[in-house]
Ligand binder design. Sequence first.
Ligand SMILES: Nc1ncnc2c1ncn2[C@@H]1O[C@H](COP(=O)(O)OP(=O)(O)OP(=O)(O)O)[C@@H](O)[C@H]1O
Length: 239
Amino acid sequence: MSHVLEVRDLTYSYDGVVNAVEQVSFDVPEGRIVGLIGPNGSGKSTLIKNVFDLLKAQSGRITVNGHRHTTIEAKRDAVYLSSNDYLPEFLSPREYYTMLGKLYGVRLDHERARAYFRDFSMPGRYDDLISGFSHGMRKKSQLVGALVLRRPLTVIDETLNGVDLEAMRIAERELRTLHEDGRAVLLCSHDLTLLERLTDGVVFLDLGILVLDGPTKELVRDGGSLESIVFEHIESEAR
Ligand SMILES: Nc1ncnc2c1ncn2[C@@H]1O[C@H](COP(=O)(O)OP(=O)(O)OP(=O)(O)O)[C@@H](O)[C@H]1O
């Protein structure tokens, strides 16, 4: 099985003194959803920003579909849903997705995107300016962008926080279709029950260090739940 994302010995420090991410290695294989978990400040967003070349690691190696993460090929194969809800205010979703399609060099399927807007209870908003969208609507618009782009790698940094239950159910269903299509997803979330349902594997960071990397089913079978695994680690003396 090939790895869509490979992270090897990644170390990143904001100030050159304390490492926010230290010697982290893990893979996201094709057709797999991997959860990225860890307490606040454990380095999850820092790691993701390094994957997307938004921060320059001091050492380590990252590849996307075999391409160094700094190359145009790697950037074309991956889409990043950030934890904030920043979107171009004075574009409509149609215009925004057209722009994304041009950036990625793919023909954007607007019919599919419009169908997602209906599914996500936003019918009739496809040509409205994003400036008038609520927080949850922006989150859903970000997600629709990733679902229509269908890149080999989708990285989601807490993007699903703030969407309503119905949208969450649909998001879950659609993320499953991504991985059924053989695409890889790295899903960073504090919703551990969602990750238990949806992920094939889990990567657990604490204080910038990888403390656990394994198949979700086995971790849950042995540890009871992801929640108990996290608490056990945080309360352990080894920390
Ligand atoms: N721009 C920055 N400048 C300096 N330090 C930063 C910056 N961003 C994050 N850090 C520090 O890096 C460490 C890791 O932060 P990061 O945001 O990666 O954690 P996280 O696991 O994503 O947290 P959360 O769950 O709260 O989103 C923390 O100690 C944080 O204070």
